[in-house]
Design a protein around this ligand. Sequence first.
Ligand SMILES: Nc1ncnc2c1ncn2[C@@H]1O[C@H](COP(=O)(O)OP(=O)(O)OP(=O)(O)O)[C@@H](O)[C@H]1O
Ligand SMILES: [Mg+2]
Length: 376
Amino acid sequence: MRTALSEPTDPHASSLAETVRARTRARPGREVAGLGAVKDDGRAFDPTGAFRNAIGTSVSVQRAVLLGCKVARHTATTVLIQGDTGTGKELFARGVHYAGPHEGEPFVAINCAAIPENLLESELFGHEKGSFTGADQQKRGLLEFAGRGTVFLDEISELPPGTQSKLLRVLEERRVRRVGGLAEYEVRCRIIAATNRDLSTAVARGDFREDLYYRLNVFRIELPPLRERGNDVEMLAWHFLESLCRERGMSPREFSAGALSALRAYSWPGNVRELKNTIERAIILAEGDVIESDQIIIQQRSVAPALTAGDSIHAAAAIVVPPEGLTLDDAERQLIAATLKLARHNHSLAAKMLGLSRPTILRKIRKYGLGRVPDE
Ligand SMILES: Nc1ncnc2c1ncn2[C@@H]1O[C@H](COP(=O)(O)OP(=O)(O)OP(=O)(O)O)[C@@H](O)[C@H]1O
Ligand SMILES: [Mg+2]
């Protein structure tokens, strides 16, 4: 018997499955190359039950569930989950944990981009009393606290270089020292890392250690964007409509044909999370039991004013290569300055244009003194 994911156990799972099957194009079970028979109840074949909150029967989701089930019992194997924002990386990481033999032990998640470097090391590895100002008592790190459970390292591409080498040592030797400590302790937990960036590009740019990349990339699960999952969009929409209405004690709702076409036509750059939020909004806006197309309100993501062709010429001219050449740092500084100008100093937009995460661009703006940035 497996424990459910962190989300509450769904007592209506079978009736939900029936509804999803009835409402999505009914197809008999079919064969997908290398994966065996595929059910048509809105869920991938999952002998463990740990992925029951993962809706979708597209081949890519089937494959991700299958890989998750297979790697679950190999707890010494590090898993890398790659996918854009909102594609379900944490949901699948929890699935791997709960499908494994140590599902009763902790699952702890930490976002590597959200915590400053010195605190991150203390969070992960722990610290000894007096090892830095404010360390007034010894603290266990998450790698120790998790026992034989799972530590989920989210946004792994943002791990600072010093912490990257320490993590590599943890993965290779399964031992670690607390910050300021001498004694080593054994690391028994499984590590699952997630990223929405292509780590091989980060390696090529020198932002991520190649040896750590290979160590993390032993078993990779890829979660494709929602727009590439075909009929899953509809299944997920019905799933969220059912579950959100039930959670709120509301009577069941339906989508009109127009609402379903609107859902199918959109490209969902924010993936499953964006779809879920859209359905939640539609439920609030709907007057009766039927959700109409004008209640499917797609939020525009970019908050910056539209850029013009004139802007781009101006920015390109901002990068100057003198006859004696230019250091990479100087070029990076100029490129970031020009992009900030183009993005009208919208840090999130500039980060997106440069293919960086927001914390990384903030660090670089600070490094090159290119303006005021919010504190980390
Ligand atoms: N296949 C799925 N079936 C049902 N719900 C899903 C599925 N995938 C994602 N979700 C839901 O969508 C939301 C976003 O998922 P999750 O937090 O796992 O994404 P993520 O990839 O970690 O996002 P981010 O990169 O922004 O951290 C959650 O509420 C999750 O439960
Ligand atoms: Mg996440």
